[in-house]
Write a protein that binds this ligand. Structure first.
Ligand code: FPP
Length: 248
């Protein structure tokens, strides 16, 4: 990871006791960032990786326990084949290159999504990085890859139905806590703050179950330009919100 782009210290106007435990990001605008500069779209994705690495470091420095990033949606296969191939290769290369750093920084990496249809070499890299970092006690970093929220809910329903069919679970025993155990994000708290870049006011099938009570922050900034001051602004805005969870 890129050293030194984030300050170790939490900015003084942020209250450590009111930081989100878990931040989720929809990293949008890589293509437009590149287009604005007359560059090919893939350059936006390259710069997007740098922004993500910096954000992960920032979260760790400022004491945020979990970060989840939407890297590739189940709908993204519909992009030009060349771009899809580039992204798959990029994910694989970044994982390989960053593993040592993640170990040094105690990051626990996980993946959310239907991983079986990813290229086999990427699946192998994913498996390796998860196994290597499983015992790490630092920030929990989840990369949503070939992820779709509806599909996640359906696969959870199928797994639960199988348990019922086998007689291991009664329908009336199914509750929210049990349901969550079948989601890709089992064992990780729900995001407190969801950030979307590039100004779009959409959820785009991301963490549909998990964001039920998340605070949403949208910035016009394109993802490659989402830096520490931007994150500071998002956290400041979050701390001004009153979270009521449906109560008054
Ligand atoms: C959205 O911008 C971005 C993506 C679909 C890819 C995001 C991936 C990364 C930043 C790389 C992450 C890497 C790892 C290893 C996790 P867009 O292409 O939709 O931009 P546009 O809306 O301007 O076209």
């Amino acid at each position: 990871m890129n050293q030194g782009t984030c300050l170790q210290d939490l900015p003084v106007d942020l209250k450590p006791e009111r930081l989100p435990h878990h931040v989720a990001v929809i990293m949008d605008g890589n293509g437009r960032w590149a287009k604005d500069r007359g560059l090919p779209r893939i350059m936006g994705h390259r710069r997007g990786v740098e922004a993500l690495k910096d954000l992960l470091r920032c979260c760790r420095d400022w004491g945020i326990e979990a970060l989840t990033a939407y890297a590739f949606s189940s709908e993204n296969w519909g992009r030009p084949q060349e771009e899809v191939n580039f992204l798959m290769t990029l994910f694989e290369r970044v994982l390989r290159q960053e593993l040592r750093e993640m170990m040094a920084e105690d990051v626990q990496i996980r993946f959310a999504g239907n991983l079986n249809s990813l290229p086999l070499s990427l699946q192998a890299e994913i498996k390796h990085s998860m196994e290597m970092t499983r015992q790490n006690q630092g920030i929990k970093f989840t990369v949503a890859t070939n992820y779709g929220g509806r599909q996640e809910i359906i696969q959870a329903c199928q797994a639960i139905a199988t348990q019922v069919q086998k007689g291991l679970l009664k329908p009336e025993e199914i509750n929210e806590a049990i349901f969550e155990k079948y989601l890709y994000t089992a064992g990780i708290s729900h995001p407190d703050l969801l950030i979307r870049t590039s100004g779009e006011m959409r959820i785009s099938n991301f963490l549909l179950w998990q964001i039920a009570y998340s605070e949403i922050y949208v910035t016009e900034t394109f993802w490659p330009d989402f830096n520490r001051p931007e994150f500071h602004r998002a956290l400041y805005a979050y701390q001004q919100r009153e979270r009521r969870f449906g109560k008054i």
